[in-house]
Ligand binder design. Structure first.
Ligand code: NAP
Length: 254
């Protein structure tokens, strides 16, 4: 019970990595709120987890939605201890094709959404509470056609420095987890690949990673338990790579 009596918010917690973090947090004794735009996914996730879980359909790019989330947490719990800024999207688009719509879609969700999440939650956060950014191993890599996503995740990574400084007097920690290659809905079918194409791609990628395999959502969730718990109370302003060693040996062609 490493998170006993803690209250957590996980944005984008209805699927993928966020859902696994929600499961692990509840197992470790936390009360967890998950958000996302699709209410049906949130309900499915909450039904599966069963207890100590609440959800609110909310778009991180809409400040009024995030204020509604914070208000529910305030009414029900009075405070929040762990804010996992996990909602994120990306896509492969060459630098010559980036337009205003794609820019605001990717930057809006990852960066503005993280600001709105923080602005809504900060009034509920006391000493010893923590933010965790979900960044990406790609921040350390020079992947072609991924510059906008990497720019957005780099901005989120920068918050571990600037927010750690800005929130210093309140003793709020700010860390990040940078997942490696983790098969999830976003990393597979939702990017337009068939299951066969995705499987072949993961097999090839496994050969490039020192761990010899792609990661899984539990690898990331276990890191999130550590950074959310008091075990990491002296860990502040770091990005924890959960990538099987990929960034350490890059460059390789993904
Ligand atoms: N999978 C990987 O290999 C990998 C690697 C590095 C980093 N990451 C990061 O990990 C995080 C989770 O991704 P995932 O792989 O688990 O994919 P995922 O299952 O697609 O999760 C993304 C979540 O974000 C939510 N979301 C998207 N836009 C939102 C918005 N405007 N407002 C609120 N929620 C929103 C989605 O729910 P709705 O669509 O219902 O809103 C979804 O639940 C992302 O930040 C991603 O960039 C993933």
């Amino acid at each position: 019970m490493r998170l006993k009596n803690k209250v957590a918010l996980i944005t984008g917690g209805g699927t993928g990595i966020g859902l696994e973090i929600a499961k692990r947090y509840v197992e470790e004794g936390a009360y967890v709120y998950i958000t996302g735009r699709r209410e049906n996914k949130l309900k499915e996730a909450a039904d599966m987890i069963g207890s100590n879980i609440g959800y609110v359909a909310a778009d991180v790019t809409k400040k009024e939605d995030m204020l509604k989330v914070a208000e529910k947490i305030r009414e029900e719990q009075g405070h929040v201890d762990i804010v996992m800024c996990n909602a994120g999207i990306g896509g492969y688009v060459s630098l010559t094709d980036i337009d205003e719509k794609e820019f605001y879609r990717v930057m809006g969700t990852n960066v503005l959404g993280t600001y709105y999440t923080a602005q809504a939650c900060l009034p509920l956060m006391g000493e010893g509470t923590t933010f965790i950014m979900n960044t990406s191993v790609t921040v350390s890599l020079g992947l072609p056609d991924f510059s906008l996503y990497i720019a957005a995740k780099s901005a989120m990574k920068s918050f571990i420095h600037t927010w750690t400084s800005e929130l210093r007097s309140r003793k709020i920690r700010v860390n990040a987890i940078a997942p490696g290659i983790i098969p999830t809905p976003a990393a597979g079918g939702e990017l337009g690949r068939s299951p066969e194409e995705e499987k072949a791609r993961q097999e090839y990628r496994s050969t490039l990673i020192p761990a010899g395999k792609v990661g899984n959502v539990l690898d990331v969730a276990n890191a999130a338990v550590y950074l959310g718990s008091d075990e990491s109370s002296y860990v502040n302003g770091v990005e924890l790579l959960v990538d099987g060693g990929l960034a350490a040996i890059y460059p390789v062609k993904l």
